[in-house]
Ligand binder design. Structure first.
Ligand SMILES: CC(C)(COP(=O)(O)OP(=O)(O)OC[C@H]1O[C@@H](n2cnc3c(N)ncnc32)[C@H](O)[C@@H]1OP(=O)(O)O)[C@@H](O)C(=O)NCCC(=O)NCCS
Length: 158
């Protein structure tokens, strides 16, 4: 089955359509990307079906590593995973990072997310150490986790 998904830049009105991607804290985190886009510090896209529904979202953060785009907040609608949309999302963000002069793509994956890890390895990403990361969750708490950092050069195709 092929799914016709078009990627375009995130717009403020999209937030209401991205509830499937996470809780309120996640939506707040996505909203915080909008000023970064205006400042040319991040690329952030949504994947749209022909009927206008949003089924994918994710970004490339241009701030942390001068030569790299750091892919983050990648998400595909739970009902449409395993159909190649995540692969297309990664390719779109890699293209955008490349157009911004970045020669490398990085991302990090939690230790307990082997399916995502397998996908990124298939797309040419290789281990580049580990990191401790955290983000806000409900009740003002922070979720702390260990991630594997992966990277791949953008000068070659996987
Ligand atoms: C991780 C995530 C973004 C991947 O998106 P996806 O759309 O499921 O990814 P794809 O469909 O491109 O690839 C997933 C698997 O489906 C397979 N696949 C790809 N195209 C396919 C198709 N047309 N038909 C069936 N299976 C297909 C791929 O081979 C891949 O398998 P692999 O893991 O063995 O390589 C998505 O699963 C997700 O949102 N997960 C929850 C949030 C999350 O974990 N985010 C990542 C944090 S690092």
């Amino acid at each position: 089955m092929t799914i016709d998904v078009t990627f375009r830049a995130l717009e403020p009105a999209d937030l209401a359509e991205l509830e499937w991607s996470g809780g309120p804290e996640h939506l707040t985190a996505i909203a915080e990307v909008l000023p970064l886009m205006v400042a040319d510090e991040a690329e952030y896209v949504v994947g749209e079906l022909p009927n206008g529904h949003l089924v994918a979202a994710g970004g490339a953060d241009l701030r942390p590593v001068p030569e790299a785009g750091v892919l983050w907040q990648l998400a595909v609608h739970p009902l449409l995973q395993g159909l190649g949309i995540g692969t297309a999302l990664v390719a779109e963000l890699e293209d955008r990072a490349r157009r911004r002069g970045r020669t490398e793509a990085r991302l990090s994956v939690e230790h307990d997310n082997p399916a995502a890890h397998r996908l990124y390895r298939r797309l040419g990403y290789r281990e580049h150490g580990s990191a401790v990361e955290s983000w806000p969750v409900a009740d003002g708490r922070r979720y702390v986790t260990v991630t594997t950092v992966l990277r791949r050069p953008l000068t070659t195709r996987p």
